[in-house]
Design a protein around this ligand. Sequence first.
Ligand code: PLP
Length: 394
Amino acid sequence: EHRLSTRVRNIRPSATMSVDGKTKALLAQGQPVINMSVGEPDFDTPTAAAFAGIRAITNGNTRYTPATGTLALRQAIARKLMTENGLQYTPEQIIISSGAKHTLYNIFVSICEEGDEVIFPAPYWVSYPEQVALAGAKSVIVSCDASTQYKMTAAQLEAAITPKTKAVLLNTPCNPTGSVYHEDELAALGEVLRKHDVFIVLDEIYERLVYDVEQVSLARVCPDLAQNVLVVNGFSKAFAMTGWRLGYVAAPPDVAKALSGLQSHTTGSPSTISQAAGLTALDSFDPTVVQTFQHRRDTLVAGLQALSGVTCVCPEGAFYAFPDISGVIGQSLHGRTIASANDYCELLLEHALVASVPGDAFGAPGHVRFSYAVSDEQIAEAISRMKQFHDQLT
Ligand code: PLP
């Protein structure tokens, strides 16, 4: 007999969080750990946005807002989607939530029936399988590898679709691989999706962080699919607002209505203060952030590619590198054998004081995720420590 629901008992603890715990423990002991396990920008929230939040508090703008968010912010998001993404939505189709993670959860709960299938490619963001399971649905995971830069092809998608498919979930730019789907690839996926009546959930939270390539939404490439497309985005990554908890979706009217109802009985409304800050943030994007990340990416990827036993596709977006370290599986350090990416990350943390996340959590054994949301100096130091670490492997 169990005291807790099957639903929550089946949740796997987030691997990113557990590495974080070990890292913080080492840092607390005064160890100079370079933390490349984090999933958040190392910049500050734009000052203007932060002050808009403060002003909301001091002006008494601290009451509940409508469940789906303030009209002002929904209008601003609709404008943003039009001018920056070429997408036409009314403010009623925009639902603001307490972070994109919350938005995604609400979506799965709102569209999935028990036993429905949700297709997404691996490597995937850690929360997708858990959220899909919490909604009673089944994850159908399409394995992708370096040969397609970890992107799902149209043929793979076609083969995965069944009569039970309820939704296809696409994250571009992708966490953990940094892969960005190009326009022709989105068009090819659209060709397949056009033949099936399934929802298409687009997680575009890293949309601003692309290097050398154009970010374009599948919603823009295939406007005829608008009735099935949900565009998810948020403030965490572009505006370094992870702690403000603010995300949103642009959805077809019936889905928006369902999300609104669900939210009205669960969280109520997203934080009023954060919404005020978000409204200002939309006009405060700092484009130099993109150059900063691109430079860091170049340094990190070159360093990783030079390590023995490591190969690394050059990521085109987000702030992660996702090298394949399977070349060192079976090697050992001081008598300890590396049997998995887990072992590798543990040893790297202990001996090189570099924190990273094993790929297993993202459905990609033999890989490791390094976040480059750290300074140039830290990246250089991490590479030098990793080189020493690899030189000691036998
Ligand atoms: N989607 C992806 C792919 C992410 O990496 C994250 C954050 O790590 C989120 C969604 C959720 O972001 P938030 O809930 O902070 O808006």
